[in-house]
Design a protein around this ligand. Sequence first.
Ligand SMILES: Cc1ncc(COP(=O)(O)O)c(C=O)c1O
Length: 434
Amino acid sequence: MSFLQIGSKYPLPRRFKDCTYSVWTEFVDLVTTHKPLNLGQGFPDYPAFDFVPSILAQISDSKNDLIHQYTRGFGHPRLVNVLSKLYSKLINRSINPFTEILITCGAYEAIHSAISGLIDTGDEVVIMEPYYDCYEPIVRLFGGIPRFIALKNIDVNSEKDAFSSKSWQLNRNELENIFNEKTKLIILNTPHNPTGKVFIREELEMIGNLCKKYNVVCLSDEVYEWLVYKPAVHVRIASLPGMWERTLTIGSAGKTFSVTGWKCGWLYGPDYLIKNASIAHQNNIYTYCTPIQEALAICFEKEIPKLDSPDCYFQNLSIKLLPKRDAFMKTLINTGFKPTIPDAGYFVVADWSKQSSKIDLSSEKDVEEDYKFAKWMTKNVKLLGIPPSAFYSKEHKNLASHLIRFCFFKKDETLNQARDILTNWKKSLDGCKL
Ligand SMILES: Cc1ncc(COP(=O)(O)O)c(C=O)c1O
């Protein structure tokens, strides 16, 4: 039998309707082919993780052989215990480590297990755009119906050099109109990727009140909880009155300790919601890697006593990232982009409209303008960013047509290289006849 015949028997199952490889696959391939300076994916290009790997080394050398065997399926006891200590303090209620926390394979699996454990065919899920790109396909995979609402930049027509991430706002009436009796879940992402917006208490209360009114669960993706630039403050929606009962909160070790390759995440929330996600997890990966969980437990045990001090890894990271953020914003402004200054995280979305009349993107065959631009930049300017329309539904991709996302969690040397590349590019554009 030929491959052709076998292949035709295996089309992608209907549950993956409209799914294709994600933006990450496509743009990681572009890095290999065109070798641009890579400001695409969100991780440091230098060892920003401090003492963390040495703890993993100690574990692998330890005499405790069981560290190399399966651990408890819903979370290694030492890790759930320390996370319960941390989050009980942060949200001011006692969290049961064994019934109210689930350890997952990255925040990604936490999203998958939460959605698959809560959503049935025909349930509606409110998703704010731009969104972390896996939310939509995972909701659809389990029969859910995404209802999209875009954060709008209310300052879009301002003459300023840059936008504030606070300008990206949810419209209260639009949000109220989207909620109805079929709404089962709302996915919140604060601090927000890619705008760097940190939702303020009043916005969270508006969301929370609708959740209470319609008896809806909030899945709160808070993977950037520690990467907040003062004076912005991260408020955990689970800590608001009446919200613990209806919130599952997601965290990520990759973001917390700058070790994205460790792929450990977690969910915390009331036992009846954690139970649903745990059943999904049990029928997926069942249990996450023991040595990584042990190492993370030790890292947290080390950092929790310093929580309120600038020496604490979590606090220190945003202090160290701030000069990088500011330098890169300056680069973008000086080279004709209009960035949204993030209050959190390590991404920036920048508007390239001012340059659009000077470049010819006709060589690129994509439908979306931002894809054309990002690919054109990669090939011709040798700088890679991500097209943010990947974070919008089909109907709203046009909202990102003149945007590009860059990551600035990079060596100063890399950011200086980006500055030089963009400065030369701007000079060449300014020299062009229009
Ligand atoms: C908003 C958001 N949620 C979830 C994830 C996935 O995190 P993890 O690497 O822990 O799976 C990411 C990764 O970039 C993210 O930006």
